[in-house]
Design a protein around this ligand. Structure first.
Ligand code: PRP
Length: 185
């Protein structure tokens, strides 16, 4: 089977590798100041947030710990409306200062579920950092404490974000050509 080169499927590059690194450095400074003396526990939501956490954790120069929560709700470009837990945390978060790390907040369904779930475990505090925020997609009143970039509509991929599990390895964020996910007709 012949496969298309990855980059040909992009309509437009939204954020370059350099722009992403610059923004994450600035986020890192802000988070470091806010968490001075607090040792945050970073709860990363799998799988889309992997490139973001890898860069963000190295930009936040304070002692911290790390865990992963597996959550999934999308099939193709549509939220299924149902959030599934695919991997639980390894560690107890009671009394910890939890910082949830997301790649994107769109409808807000995933984050609502995650926050409800985590708050039941009695952490000392819970804040949220998201790489991308798409307020136009929101169906529920929910905001992140730290936002990398606010984006308009359109289906974005790359830097962890997928379409049908593809394009996560792009080193930039791009808008996917409509014909790729909608078909030629
Ligand atoms: C994506 C993304 C967020 C969520 C945001 O996850 O990583 O967790 O959707 O969308 P929402 O605000 O509309 O809920 P997905 O379920 O696609 O899993 P993935 O991270 O493994 O790609």
């Amino acid at each position: 089977m012949e496969t298309q080169p990855l980059h040909d499927d992009m309509e437009q590059v939204l954020f370059s590798t350099e722009q992403i690194q610059e923004r994450i450095t600035a986020l890192g400074v802000q988070i470091r100041q806010d968490y001075a003396g607090k040792e945050p526990h970073l709860v990363t939501i799998l799988k889309g947030s992997i490139p973001f956490i890898a860069d963000l954790m190295r930009a936040v120069d304070v002692p911290m710990t790390l865990d992963f929560l597996g959550v999934s709700s999308y099939a193709g470009t549509q939220s299924s409306g149902e959030v599934r837990l695919t991997k639980d945390l390894d560690d107890d978060i009671e009394g910890r200062h939890v910082l949830v790390v997301e790649d994107i907040i769109d409808t807000g369904l995933t984050l609502s579920y995650v926050l409800r779930n985590l708050r039941q475990r009695m952490p000392a505090s819970v804040k949220v950092v998201t790489f991308l925020d798409k307020p136009s997609g929101r169906g529920t009143q929910i905001e992140a404490d730290y936002v990398g970039f606010t984006i308009p509509g359109g289906f974005v991929v790359g830097y962890g974000l997928d379409w049908n599990q593809r394009y996560r390895n792009l080193p930039y964020v791009g808008i996917l050509k409509r014909e790729v996910y909608a078909g030629p007709f």
